[in-house]
Design a protein around this ligand. Structure first.
Ligand code: SAM
Length: 244
């Protein structure tokens, strides 16, 4: 019997899929998936967060305070400092790494003000997690830069993301960005070319030199500390939604 040639398996681009409705998380095999459940009072995993789309303040926080999101909270330096200092907002931190999320959840459990939730989830799901004009601020600090050209498609900040961001930010809502990486920063500026839905409130290739008193210069995340020690200049921008 002649053997049929095996069909070449088409590689699925999971990063691209994550922007789409049909995307499904497949987390059950990760050992930290179960361990994170100990923190289910404030940690939501996979699609769980998406069930509160458009209703976070009423369903989850039981108040009408403005809602903020940090994409890629990592070790939580910003999330912890910011939520404990500013109790006038509801705050969602999210990251897609399991082990890092587990270690952060242990720290979050000890905090006094529980004005936050943590999502073990992906930033690409922004418009599935949040409703139209639900967010006041989005924070995105030291994102993975995906420096190789063949990986650029994995960069979160791209046209599709800007569409999602525009949906979920309220009129005048802001996105705050810091990065060490020249290439990713220039990529972001390129993606913003011709963009009529946002204004660039600030754009700097050296945050601490140009804007030493700006809110963005008032704290250091874990990764930022490492880059500053290496004397790498911090690139930053603030986008404002021009939605009416
Ligand atoms: C370089 S670390 C920076 C962490 C933190 N913001 C800081 O400045 O210390 C980037 C973080 O983003 C997370 N991340 C990368 N891509 C993501 C995505 N698509 N959705 C959610 N988190 C993501 C990574 O797991 C990692 O924890």
């Amino acid at each position: 019997m002649t053997e049929m040639p095996k069909e070449k398996k088409k590689k699925s681009n999971n990063d691209d899929l994550a922007f789409k409705a049909e995307f499904k998380y497949s987390s059950s095999k990760n050992p930290y998936n179960d361990r994170l459940q100990v923190f289910d009072q404030f940690v939501l995993q996979d699609e769980q967060g998406e069930s509160h789309q458009g209703k976070w303040s009423q369903e989850v926080f039981n108040n009408e305070l403005p809602l903020e999101v940090e994409i890629g909270s990592g070790y939580g330096h910003f999330m912890i400092e910011h939520t404990q200092k500013d109790t006038g907002h509801n705050f969602i931190g999210l990251d897609h790494r399991f082990k890092r999320s587990f270690h952060l959840a242990k720290k979050l459990a000890k905090l006094e003000h529980k004005n936050f939730r943590y999502l073990r989830a992906r930033g690409e799901r922004l418009s599935f997690l949040f409703g139209e004009s639900e967010l006041t601020n989005v924070y995105y600090f030291f994102p993975d830069p995906w420096p190789k050209a063949r990986h650029h498609k994995k960069r979160l900040f791209q046209k599709k993301f800007l569409d999602e961001l525009y949906k979920v930010l309220k009129p005048g809502g802001l996105m705050f960005i810091k990065t060490d990486h020249d290439g990713y920063f220039e990529w972001m500026l390129d993606e913003l070319k011709g963009e009529k839905r946002f204004s660039l409130e600030i754009k700097t290739f050296d945050l601490r030199e140009e804007f030493p008193s700006h809110f963005l210069a008032s704290f250091q995340t874990k990764f930022e500390k490492i880059f500053l020690e290496k004397q790498i200049k911090i690139k930053a921008m603030v986008l404002k939604s021009l939605k009416k």
